[in-house]
Design a protein around this ligand. Structure first.
Ligand code: FAD
Length: 551
């Protein structure tokens, strides 16, 4: 199969134009194109008056080798026609081999802690390899978790074990469900994650859109289908089961099991630790148990909201509102003169800002959308990078204390009732507190309190944001509009620490423990967490089968 990249067509091209462009690119005879499919579709909106759709197409042609040779001879410097790579995934341990291992009397099932995208992808792959994983999740099954999450948003009632961060589906369940990532993925594991998501009910378009998303409702049912798959393949879930301790062999520190909050000890030789970036108590437990960990930079800032129509017009000009383009996204970066990087994070077109704390007495913001992205406002994190060792001590748990400090300040500034502190951009830039808000109605629930956001951000972050917003306005007209609303604080941009792994995936110094996903510092987002879940399942399976890790 041949892969053709950079096929550019106008936004309103007729359906047959793509096939014609494929034929033209390859100078094909009329009957030489057997079939073709869109591998990726993105758009180029740099010229707003002439936005282009940009396709990558896979096609089957007669006499492929000859077609390719002719193309290369005629266009020696054109890199846009290649052999399509093999993107299939082969399990390193077959189902039969895994089932044989699992039938041994002394067999101990691999334990996966955390039912987020990393944990459920790891469990799914282990189950498919016949290894019957046991998945332990501190939170609740996703539908019950939804009720608890809405209780914070509607009635300001937080359930610390069941919320936006904790429960089946993990942190990204109530999200925009953006499914793209910038991680290097030479083995196309991301494709495998997306294929599993489609099998579990996600729309097929996620396989070819350059910036796919699935939105909250679909994520919820997808997560349920994945659970059914895991159970059908011999895996098991236990909800309401928080892991509070590790069992290790004295001397070697080899893992022999885990201890749950109820005191039960579950014997295991292989434990995947996929607990996400908000499992602060679990990190403290791991630190006390001597598991190696290091600080990792993350960021702090606010959520910013604009009318989606302002962003659509700024990005797409006269094509704003075109169905193929959808609600416009943006990605902004500014290097401030105080040395800090300011960037947009987790942009949610047509979405809402959500209360995302998992601890009592704290306020944290994040964003979500439905599949339709049809809400009035666009939101994104506007965050400033942090430096361990300068902004807080370079000690593993210090980043968590830093987060907690600013999340508490936000809680106080919001009125100590889970309202978020909010400020108009005009007031923030002028250095005066907001007393009322303007035309942009903030979407954060349970509510917001107009105030001065500089009370809940480090001074360097306030300074960097004040410099960045007018710069962003030059790139995206309207971005620094007076009535745009900022709510704080955005602190859970990524994990504040990293649990280093050896080449074969285990925690350095603690054999049998496999740190994985966002919490361990190996992912940032749903897709990359899923990719890491596959990688770590491979590492566990190979170890269980007594085979060396693959390069
Ligand atoms: P998590 O998803 O955090 O899962 C960890 C799981 O472990 C949780 O279910 C938790 O309850 C469980 N757990 C923790 N401690 C224990 C313990 N001791 N015992 C048992 N279980 C435990 N990313 C995107 O790519 N796109 C988006 O649109 C997007 N939007 C987001 C919106 C919101 C509101 C939030 C909060 C996050 C969003 N993210 C998004 C980030 C994304 O959710 C995370 O990157 C991703 O979920 C990380 O996956 P993970 O499996 O590593 O960890």
């Amino acid at each position: 199969m041949l892969r053709l990249t950079e096929l550019r067509l106008p936004l309103d091209h007729p359906p047959q134009a793509l096939e014609e462009t494929v034929r033209e690119r390859l100078s094909l005879a009329p009957d030489a194109l057997e079939s073709f499919s869109v591998f990726r579709r993105g758009h180029d909106a740099r010229r707003r008056s002439a936005i282009k759709l940009v396709y990558t197409v896979d096609c089957v042609v007669k006499e492929e080798a000859a077609v390719l040779a002719r193309f290369r001879a005629e266009h020696p410097n054109n890199p846009h026609v290649t052999i399509a790579p093999d993107m299939s995934w082969q399990p390193p341990v077959t189902q039969a081999e895994g089932a044989r291992l699992a039938s041994q009397p002394e067999y101990r099932r691999p334990v996966v802690i955390g039912a987020g995208p990393c944990g459920f992808m790891a469990a799914l792959m282990l189950a498919r390899m016949g290894l019957r994983p046991l998945l332990l999740e501190r939170g609740k099954v996703v539908r019950e978790r939804t009720v608890d999450t809405f209780a914070l948003w509607r009635r300001a009632e937080l359930t610390p074990e069941s919320n936006v961060q904790f429960g089946e589906g993990g942190a990204g369940t109530f999200s925009d469900g953006k499914l793209y990532s910038q991680v290097r993925d030479p083995r196309f594991l991301g494709r495998r994650v997306l294929e599993e998501f489609v099998k579990a009910g996600a729309p097929e378009e996620i396989l070819y859109l350059a910036h796919p998303h699935i939105g909250t409702f679909r994520l919820v049912s997808m997560v349920e289908h994945i659970r059914a798959e895991i159970e059908a393949a011999g895996g098991e879930y236990r909800f309401g089961t928080r892991v509070d301790g590790l069992e290790m062999e004295a001397g070697t520190r080899r893992i022999t099991g885990v201890r749950t909050a109820s005191g039960e000890v579950i014997a295991a030789d292989h434990v995947v630790m996929a607990v996400g970036h908000s499992a602060r108590d679990t990190f403290a437990m791991l630190h006390a148990a001597g598991v190696q960990m290091q600080t990792k930079p993350f960021s702090i800032g606010v959520r910013i909201e604009h009318p989606q129509s302002v962003i659509d017009t700024a990005q797409f000009g006269p094509s704003a509102g075109n169905d193929l383009l959808g609600a416009a996204e943006y990605r902004l970066v500014h290097h401030a003169s105080n040395g800090r990087g300011v960037y947009s994070f987790c942009m949610c077109p047509g979405g809402t800002v959500v209360a995302a704390t998992s601890e009592v007495g704290q306020v944290v913001t994040n964003g979500m959308s439905q599949y339709s992205r049809a809400e009035r406002n666009a939101n994104s994190g506007m965050v400033v990078d942090l430096r361990p060792g300068e902004d807080y001590p370079d000690e593993p748990l210090a980043g968590i204390e830093f987060q907690r400090h600013w999340e508490r300040q936000a809680f106080l500034a919001g009125g100590s009732n889970y309202n978020a502190p909010a400020q108009r951009v005009g007031d923030f830039l002028a250095g005066r507190p907001s007393t009322t808000l303007g035309a942009v109605v903030p979407s954060y629930k349970p509510g917001v309190t107009p105030t001065d956001l500089s009370k809940c951000l480090p001074a360097f972050a306030v300074e960097a944001l004040r410099e960045a917003l007018p710069r962003f306005d030059r790139k995206l007209r309207g971005f620094a509009m007076e009535d745009a609303v900022m709510t704080g604080v955005e602190t859970r941009t990524s994990s504040p620490l990293r649990l280093p792994r050896a080449a074969d995936g285990h925690s350095i110094g603690t054999p049998g423990l496999y740190p994985a996903g966002e919490g361990a510092g190996y992912a940032g987002g749903i897709l990359s967490a899923g990719i890491d879940g596959i990688r770590i399942a491979e590492a566990v399976a190979l170890n269980m089968a007594g085979r060396p890790a693959e390069g």
